[in-house]
Design a protein around this ligand. Structure first.
Ligand SMILES: [Zn+2]
Length: 164
């Protein structure tokens, strides 16, 4: 078991945070954005960036080649569906995607929208870490949190009716 401090300050003991969130044992702040039999999408609210989404598998796996046939189909469909919702609802022009297999949690993909202010931290992959740190350390004010919460709701609504 590992002790993890959640963004709301609460401390929980879990084997794997991704398992706890995707099974609903812990509710991600802002709630579920979209969920299927195989995947669960939510925002990591520690980073108050509108439309930043974590897409996690429900199964406790870590590597891409562990996805089964159904999960692979579901994954690509879901990612493109979420991407479309980001564009329709938030006007997001570009998204950065990344996931690391040596995670302490389990398989989850970050979908990080690109906003104009992020370019001061550089372009491409080297800017991701400073952008996220900046968001977490300097943007955690009430106004940004409210914008983020609104975006979570708006994306969830859009995705309810969206069949691609
Ligand atoms: Zn897990």
């Amino acid at each position: 078991m590992r002790k993890i401090t959640l963004s709301n300050g609460e401390t929980v003991e879990v084997e794997c945070l991704s398992c706890a969130i995707t099974s609903g044992r812990i509710e991600a702040d802002g709630g579920v954005i979209i969920e299927t039999d195989y995947f669960h999408a939510h925002q990591d609210v520690a980073y108050p960036i509108k439309g930043l989404i974590i897409l996690a598998s429900k199964r406790h796996i870590t590597c891409f080649d562990e996805l089964n046939a159904e999960e692979k189909m579901d994954y690509i469909n879901l990612i493109s569906k979420i991407r479309k919702a980001q564009r329709n609802v938030l006007g997001i022009e570009y998204v950065y995607y990344f996931y690391n297999e040596d995670t302490t949690h389990h398989f989850h993909t970050w979908m990080v929208p690109r906003y104009e202010w992020m370019y001061e931290f550089g372009r491409s992959v080297e800017s991701i870490r400073p952008v996220l740190l900046h968001a977490r350390n300097n943007m955690n004010n009430e106004e940004n949190k409210q914008k983020m919460m609104w975006a979570i709701k708006a994306l969830a609504e859009e995705l309810k009716g969206n069949t691609l």
